[in-house]
Write a protein that binds this ligand. Structure first.
Ligand code: PAF
Length: 285
């Protein structure tokens, strides 16, 4: 496995693979890899001949008061995990390699970015779309793999690829949870033991809402109310949002009569803002 830091090195390697007729999968990450990322990398190795993992804490997707500086980093541990899974190349650029001082081109989107995380993180999805577009142009993968834990991000990336005729397939992969239910996230490491326990209220409310939907509840307000009430039992939790949205447009809906995502964002002790969600489709029943 190679670790490279320049766009040219990636391009040369990918060109050589493509010459041999090999397919390329990309797993874009910000590092501090956990089992959620591992599941994306495994799927990529199953579906593609060669796998590139990008590790880049993208400054453009962090707002001024967010956790860019404290975001955890551990390249050696990440590289060991990538190697053990059979990743072929890690692209680990410095910010200067990705954004020259003259940089002034962005990918922007409306509708899908307006609610949920886009509301409380106004610059976030512009940064995500721009960096993913750059990574797609640099790596030119046949497929790119994203986790469903970031449900809004996944919907946005799929929309961008379709709207802008990008020539790759986006593969969504299921949420990976700890044994007790907490969705895996690099940000879980911000929490001490007590806060980590308090964070269980996220998955508990997700499971509660999911059961209500599966039992036939079609009134989104009732599901939101029950989930909100559950989260509010935890004194360390502060709700950013609890929403039921259309699975494609990410716009809030009142009646569950189509595929939906129910998504939550919750601050734990003001230390970590964690997200979780479930997908549900009436047709699944
Ligand atoms: O989900 C992430 O880790 C990031 O948003 C991504 C897709 C790697 C873009 O920086």
């Amino acid at each position: 496995m190679k670790i490279v830091s320049t766009v040219n090195e990636v391009r040369e390697q990918v060109k050589a693979w493509k010459k041999e007729g090999l397919s390329v999968g990309l797993v874009p990450t910000m590092g501090y890899l956990h089992e959620g990322h591992a599941s994306l990398m495994k799927k990529a190795t199953e579906q593609c001949d060669k796998v590139v993992v990008s590790i880049f804490v993208n400054p453009m997707q962090f707002g001024p008061n967010e956790d860019l500086d404290s975001y955890p980093r551990d390249l050696d541990k990440d590289a060991a995990l990538c190697e053990s899974i059979g990743v072929n190349l890690i692209f680990h650029p410095e910010a200067e390699e990705m954004y020259s001082p003259q940089f002034c081109s962005y990918v922007d989107m409306n509708v899908l970015t307006e609610d949920l995380c886009g509301k409380s993180r106004p610059v976030h999805f512009r940064g995500v779309c721009t960096v993913c577009n750059k990574l797609f142009n640099i790596v030119q993968p046949n497929k790119a793999f994203f986790g469903q834990k970031d449900a809004q991000q996944l919907a946005i990336i799929k929309r961008m690829v379709e709207d802008l005729n990008m020539d790759l397939e986006i593969v969504g992969c299921p949420i990976i949870r700890e044994e007790d239910g907490l969705a895996k996230s690099s940000r879980n490491t911000y929490l001490n033991e007590e806060e980590r326990k308090a964070a269980l209220v996220l998955s508990q409310s997700i499971f509660l809402g999911q059961k209500m939907a599966e039992d036939g509840e079609t009134d989104a307000k009732k599901i939101i109310a029950a989930m909100t009430e559950k989260i509010e039992t935890e004194p360390m939790a502060r709700i950013d949002y609890v929403k039921v949205v259309d699975g494609l447009t990410m716009q809030p809906i009142d009646v569950i009569d189509r595929p939906i995502v129910t998504a939550i964002a919750v601050y734990i002790n003001e230390k970590a803002r964690l997200i979780d969600n479930f997908h549900y489709s009436p047709e699944m029943q």
